[in-house]
Ligand binder design. Sequence first.
Ligand code: PEP
Ligand code: MN
Length: 337
Amino acid sequence: MIAILRPGTTKAQTEPLIHWLEQQGLKVHVSVGDVHTVLGLVGNTEKIDMDMIQCLDIVESVTRVSDPFKTCNRKFHPDDSVVTVGENGPQFGGGHFSIIAGPCSVETPEQILYVAQKVKESGANLLRGGAFKPRTSPYDFQGHGEKGLKMLLEAKAATGLPIVTEIMDIRTLDLFEEVDVIQVGARNTQNFDLLKELGKTQKPILLKRGLAGTIKELLMSAEYIMANGNENVILCERGIRTYESTYTRNTLDISAVPVLKELTHLPIIVDPSHATGKSKLVPSMALAATAAGADGLMIEVHNDPAHAWSDGPQSMTPESFRDLCERIRKIREVIEK
Ligand code: PEP
Ligand code: MN
């Protein structure tokens, strides 16, 4: 349920209503906009008498929200949410656009440092690299685990780039203390126990769309994190499984960007690398996603794609990434209001 307050309603006037609603067992999500304050009510709102609230002088309107996702719903929070990495780090959402780049897997200290320096020079704002790798085959490289995280942290210390890396098992959470953004990969989007525990942290969470996940399922997964107290969620469209799998690894759903913009206040970024599986397709999809209004991109970049330990065919070289960054900047200039 949402209650929109009349313009000019003061905090002192609002507090008794919030207090009363909380006494009814509801969680009240307050969003203060330029004109209106919106109270988003989460919990069992069935027993709340809507007419009674509607009669209050400070209330302009009351409506029930039938969508199953509440806290991430734009109706609860009409303005875009901005997710800030660290104290003064890169931002996503509300007009802020950031680029995450780096190899699929962290391979060696030299490799991750080299790629970090290169992508930073080109304008990337965050460094990616997998230490815990979800691989389809148990015989493929599984990532260096804790040692890989250490290599990433060294690259962070040397370049100043904040780091993004995937968690697969909540038992490793302690190892992620100095990780700036924790990624939940497409294979874990509906690992609800993992999402609940990440909801108890305050780290930004990069939540990828499931392999064959619907937009509603993605939002419900975000809701799991937010319902547990962490509102720093960045959504990521990374392509979905369709009947096409010969020419593209997945099918990039660019329409998910404007659809999600309407449904939620959370930032949404696009990963054209996993979406297409082919480096030659990455630039056009990255530009299209930028033009469609994405709040950022995640792009795989490798020093030597032909010899990458994972996802070489979809990895860009540092040189082609640099050219792409310039073109992304031009698209941003065109679409910025
Ligand atoms: C990744 O980004 O490293 C990854 C494994 O991607 P996805 O979960 O989208 O397949
Ligand atoms: Mn990859």
